[in-house]
Design a protein around this ligand. Structure first.
Ligand SMILES: [Cu+2]
Length: 291
């Protein structure tokens, strides 16, 4: 009997109906590729215990689906408190929206977006979009951190900027996503001082990279992508100010051409000025066009 209840619980979650993304608001974003719209969704208010890190509660995740083809060109996440206001502390770890569950297939080609505490908004370079159709089962994974001594109640909100297929005036080039973390498990701890971690990998396709964004926690200093095959730095993303200021992103219409089989290295640097160890994650989110 217990087993039957457990199986029922598992199957009802796996088969959870996707929420339709069908409410389009006018967006203030101008694009020569067509009229832009905004679509929003959010978690309910979530109770975050003190000290929770990279926290992804099943109740916060969503299965989503568009009922028509859309080209998403922007993704923005924000945190609100019980009053609907932005809290002083930053409780956003990172968030993904993709056509696969990124926690299970972190290295596959995805159609998806990310954002994090220091890159809260991803805007694609002009002329590019990520195409979602009614065939794509989208999974949204919001992740929270609470470094406070007290529990908090907050919600995460996402606003997508998109061009509906029917509003497209001229063709956009489709982008695909890949993401790499410098280590698995993704969460690690950095003692006092400088910490450098690297990961090496091969990309198996002819493509051009048009967007790079980092995922870091406070005191993460930089993330770089290096082309080992060509002995060439592709890009290094740094803070735009202090240790908790926004991170730079790479965004280019021209892009960086890569060849199938080239080897790359991601290097992430943390600089912990405190005696106590700090929580950390370090990765790179890459958007590319196939050639
Ligand atoms: Cu994180």
């Amino acid at each position: 009997m217990k087993l039957a209840i457990l199986l029922l619980a598992i199957f009802s979650r796996a088969g959870q109906a996707a929420e339709a993304l069908s409410v389009f608001h006018p967006s203030g974003v101008h694009s020569e590729y067509g009229v832009t719209s905004e679509v929003e969704f959010s978690t309910p208010l979530m109770e975050l215990e003190s000290g929770t890190l990279a926290h992804h509660l099943p109740a916060a995740m969503k299965n989503l689906r568009f009922e028509e083809p859309v080209w998403v060109i922007g993704y923005k996440a924000s945190i609100v408190d019980t009053q609907g206001k932005t809290p002083r502390e930053n409780y956003l770890c990172h968030t993904f929206l993709a056509d696969q569950r990124v926690d299970q297939h972190p290295e596959n080609e995805l159609k998806g977006f990310y954002s994090d505490a220091f890159t809260p908004e991803v805007r694609l370079p002009d002329g590019f979009g990520i195409l979602f159709s009614p065939n794509d089962s989208l999974h949204w994974m919001p992740m929270f951190n609470n470094r406070d001594d007290q529990p908090v109640r907050v919600a995460m909100k996402v606003a997508l900027t998109l061009i509906r297929g029917k509003d497209l005036k001229k063709p956009l080039q489709p982008l695909y996503a890949s993401l790499r973390s410098v280590q698995v498990p993704h969460l690690f701890f950095v003692p006092r001082g400088r910490d450098e971690r690297t990961v090496t990998f091969t990309l198996p396709f002819e493509a051009s990279i048009h967007f790079l964004g980092t995922h870091l926690h406070p005191y993460g200093a930089s993330v770089e992508l290096f082309n080992i095959s060509r002995n060439e730095l592709v890009w290094e993303g740094r803070r735009t100010g202090g240790p908790e200021s926004p991170m730079e992103v790479y965004s280019s219409v021209k892009g960086y051409a890569i060849h199938a089989g080239e080897t790359f290295r991601i290097k992430a640097i943390y600089d912990n000025p405190a005696e106590e160890k700090i929580d950390a994650m370090a990765g790179l989110f890459m958007l590319y066009a196939r050639r």
